[in-house]
Design a binder for this molecule. Structure first.
Ligand SMILES: Nc1ncnc2c1ncn2[C@@H]1O[C@H](COP(=O)(O)OP(=O)(O)OP(=O)(O)O)[C@@H](O)[C@H]1O
Ligand SMILES: [Mg+2]
Length: 270
């Protein structure tokens, strides 16, 4: 989705934001990410806030913002606080505490890796009340799985981020902050570390190295190898198939990584 400039937003929406926060001194667009039509840092008298929004007509994007707003109070130990949730002039807009941080470095030997794993360890202890409306992870795959009945293996009630790409992990002086909870789901606990494994492989780790980094996480220690193998090939086959569509959302490195991981899991069966 193309990003929109702050100045191009409806003036009533811009006013609603300023009613909430006070006058905006300067805006700084953010190029990282792609799903939200608006992603910008607004500088105020008391410091910056991060604004993220989409037109209500875009039902998919709006549903993601709804989800992100609903989940925020339950994931505050790993994410910035939601400060405002506005609907005005046909737009939905969320304002978050600004994170003074940078994109995580997922490459081998990176000093960020421990920090990222600490955030994952915190995440695996968080619980989402049953009343919070997020997606069921297995349901998201039902159009793609070759044998839909097998999807029950990745079902569960664990809180899953599901988009742990390095752009969604901000490294600060006091730890990693996970942002972008629009695709939060409930599912099997092993999905969080497994998704991180695929992303680490995409950034240069071998599958063996990426998996070794997960060793201390309970969600990894308790993972059933058969389910890891199933998830690895589900991700690999689905993303490879999706990659044939010109508008596919995954980078080639991530598709390659998923295939590599599935092949590694297959080797472990020998
Ligand atoms: N609270 C925050 N403070 C500072 N920067 C942030 C904050 N939240 C997000 N960002 C930055 O803005 C980028 C885009 O935000 P986010 O990932 O939430 O939206 P998105 O465009 O929907 O992303 P994607 O397309 O990756 O799903 C992030 O990659 C991150 O660099
Ligand atoms: Mg993002």
């Amino acid at each position: 989705m193309d990003r929109i400039e702050w100045q191009s937003l409806p003036s009533d929406l811009r006013s609603a934001v300023q009613d909430q926060f006070g006058p905006i001194i300067k805006v700084e667009p953010i190029s990282e990410g792609r799903r939200s039509a608006l992603a910008t840092v607004a500088h105020l008298k008391d410091g910056p806030v991060f604004l993220k929004g989409a037109p209500i007509a875009n039902e998919r994007a709006t549903a993601q913002l709804d989800r992100e707003a609903a989940v925020n109070p339950h994931v505050r130990s790993v994410t910035p606080e939601l400060l405002c949730d506005l609907t005005a002039s046909g737009w939905r807009l969320l304002g978050f505490e600004h994170v003074q941080g940078r994109r995580a470095d997922y490459t081998p030997g990176s000093r960020d890796l421990n920090t990222i794993l600490e955030a994952l360890a915190t995440l695996e202890n968080l619980r989402l009340p049953a009343t919070v409306d997020v997606m069921w992870f297995e349901g998201r795959w039902s159009d793609y799985a070759t044998v839909p009945q097998h999807l029950t293996q990745i079902a569960g009630t664990a809180l899953l981020h599901t988009d742990l790409n390095p752009g969604n992990v901000l490294i600060t002086g006091t730890g990693a902050r996970l942002v972008d909870w629009g695709m939060t789901s409930r599912g099997a606990p092993l999905v969080n570390p497994a998704d991180l494994v695929v992303n680490l492989i995409a950034c240069g780790h071998t599958p063996h190295e990426a998996e070794a980094l997960m060793a201390e996480l309970d969600t990894w220690k308790n993972a059933d190898p058969a389910v890891l193998g199933y998830y690895a090939r589900l991700v690999a086959t689905t993303w490879l198939e999706a990659f044939w569509t010109p508008t596919h959302p995954w980078a080639r490195a991530v598709v390659d990584a998923a295939v590599k991981w599935a092949m590694h899991r297959r080797e472990l069966l020998r």
